[in-house]
Structures are given as structure tokens and as C-alpha cells.
Design a protein around this ligand. Structure first.
Ligand SMILES: [Zn+2]
Length: 116
């Protein structure tokens, strides 16, 4: 299968594109905070959960971080590295990707990182 076909067939791509649109629409109102320099996966996941419930409840800063995670994930789909943990190189479980399609880490590495 060619990479282009794989990219099109990635089931998470549509989710990520949709999320990117939502986030773009929500951060457009306040573009001055797009340069949030630090990011913690913890906060990104909290933001993800909050977005499911109410976009307005999430701070613009967290949304812009999430947006970058989403864009990074889309790039990883194009590169063919999507779904591989950046921490340990293992595959991230499908359940985790379904819950948080833009995650870059498996559950174990995520937990290790949030302890630091
Ligand atoms: Zn890992």
C-alpha cells in the first residue's frame, strides 16, 4: 500500500482534521495567545476532555497547545509515524488513540511525564 493510500485510510485523520477545524475556529477570536511556549501533555489531555463537554470552558492557551498537538499528529500520519510513542517507540494502543487521537505518547510514558 502506498503512503498516500495509508494516509487517506488512517481512521484518525478525519477525527484530527475535524478537531483542528474546531480548534482553529475557537482560537481565531484570540490569536495573540497562539505562542504558548510550554506544554504539558497533562494539560492537553485535560483540555481534550473539556472540549468534549464545552469548548468555552477551555482556556485559549490550552486550545492553542492542543491545536499544535493535532497538527503534529497530522504530520505524523503523513510521515507514517503516527501511533508510535515518542517516548519508547512502542505502538500506542488503539483505545488510547480513539480517546485522544493527537496523543504522542503511550499511557506509560504519559504517566511518567506527568509525574515530573
Ligand atoms: Zn511510550
Amino acid at each position: 500500500m502506498s503512503i498516500a493510500v495509508k494516509v487517506r485510510k488512517n481512521p484518525y485523520r478525519a477525527l484530527l482534521l475535524k478537531k483542528r477545524e474546531e480548534l482553529l475556529a475557537s482560537v481565531k477570536a484570540e490569536p495573540d495567545v497562539l505562542d504558548a511556549s510550554t506544554r504539558t501533555p497533562d494539560e492537553v489531555e485535560l483540555a481534550a476532555k473539556a472540549v468534549e463537554q464545552d469548548v468555552a470552558a477551555v482556556t485559549v492557551s490550552l486550545r492553542s497547545r492542543m491545536l499544535r498537538e493535532v497538527e503534529k499528529s497530522l504530520k505524523r500520519i503523513a510521515d507514517g509515524t503516527y501511533g508510535v510513542c515518542e517516548g519508547c517507540g512502542e505502538e500506542i494502543s488503539a483505545n488510547r488513540l480513539k480517546a485522544i487521537p493527537w496523543t504522542q505518547f503511550c499511557l506509560i510514558c504519559q504517566e511518567l511525564r506527568s509525574q515530573n
